[in-house]
Design a protein around this ligand. Structure first.
Ligand SMILES: [Zn+2]
Length: 300
């Protein structure tokens, strides 16, 4: 069939402007000071994908599923031990299927003062879903996490940070306080939808601050770890140093089945030690950072 759509270089201005404006960064939200006079906010997050990385594409590989189970058996407990020793709260973004497989893991997170946020149903890619399916899955995921954790999630990180043209409208309809999947800034900002304010706060991520891009590996593809753990530590540390200097947010994304290994966990441990060696660093959940930024920068 002949494709008679216009090529991007033929698009009229109104068309490319409409695409760019669907979801856009609005006003920046960097408070003068963070909670209790802190000069820097540290928001650590762990995406507990576990087996859903394999299941979401219909995969049934027993080997890859076992790597997912490592996230529950070894990854999360080792991470919690480090966080607990340092009295640091973090946010865990958990697909509903992970939560159903491991409800005790989620309840332990809540008991120990961490936040559990939405991370899709089965780590589906939102941009491949029709509106109604995406909406139903996002709502069912929130209900499932609430039922298991006893607390209703207030934030979302879309699986693989994949955003459909409908994702923000669903997030706003659900009354969620924040999203943490987009990359338009280093500090928090308000999300605009088709040019209008939404009241939804973005706590931005970046692949640079994600363990997966440095360590992920697929036996049957060209994907291999290519960055040494010491180099990953150096990148994360430099990201923190600059956030501290600028008085902003240092946000980090890790995965229990990726960072949770003997040769890598020291990165998390040493980084926390290093950050705690600085004056006035506020370690907080994503929800607390987003809430504080919104309350102290005032949206109209
Ligand atoms: Zn994920």
């Amino acid at each position: 069939m002949k494709d008679d759509r216009l090529q991007p270089w033929q698009w009229p201005e109104a068309h490319w402007r409409k695409i760019v404006n669907r979801v856009r960064a609005g006003r920046p939200l960097r408070p003068e000071k963070w909670q209790n006079g802190a000069r820097c906010a540290v928001a650590l997050s762990f995406d507990s994908d576990h087996e859903t990385n394999e299941l979401r594409d219909g995969g049934e590989s027993i080997g890859r599923l076992s790597q997912g189970q490592y996230g529950n058996r070894q990854g999360v407990p080792r991470i919690l031990e480090i966080l607990d020793a340092a009295s640091v709260s973090a946010t865990f973004f958990v697909p509903a299927v992970t939560a159903l497989l491991y409800p005790d893991e989620q309840r332990q997170l809540i008991d120990e003062g961490h936040e559990v946020g939405i991370h899709g149903w089965i780590h589906e890619r939102n941009s491949e879903l029709p509106l109604e399916a995406e909406r139903e899955l996002q709502m069912r995921s929130a209900d499932t996490l609430e039922k298991i954790c006893g607390v209703r999630p207030v934030g979302i990180r879309t699986p693989s940070w994949d955003f459909s043209p409908n994702t923000l409208a669903i997030t706003r309809e659900m009354g969620l306080a924040y999203d943490s999947s987009l990359m338009a800034d280093v500090d928090c900002y308000e999300l605009l939808m088709d040019g209008s304010e939404t009241g939804v706060i973005e706590l931005p991520v970046e692949w640079i601050r994600d363990d997966a891009v440095y360590f992920n590996m697929n036996r049957f593809a060209a994907l291999r770890p290519y960055t040494a753990p010491a180099d990953v530590y150096d990148i994360f540390k430099r990201e923190f140093d600059a956030a501290y200097r600028e008085g902003g947010v240092f946000q980090l994304t890790m995965h229990p089945h990726i960072i949770g290994y003997r040769s890598r966990l020291w990165i998390l441990e040493q980084l926390i030690d290093y950050m705690r060696g600085h004056d006035r660093v506020w370690f907080a959940t994503h929800a607390d950072v987003a809430r504080y930024a919104k309350a102290n920068c005032r949206l109209n």
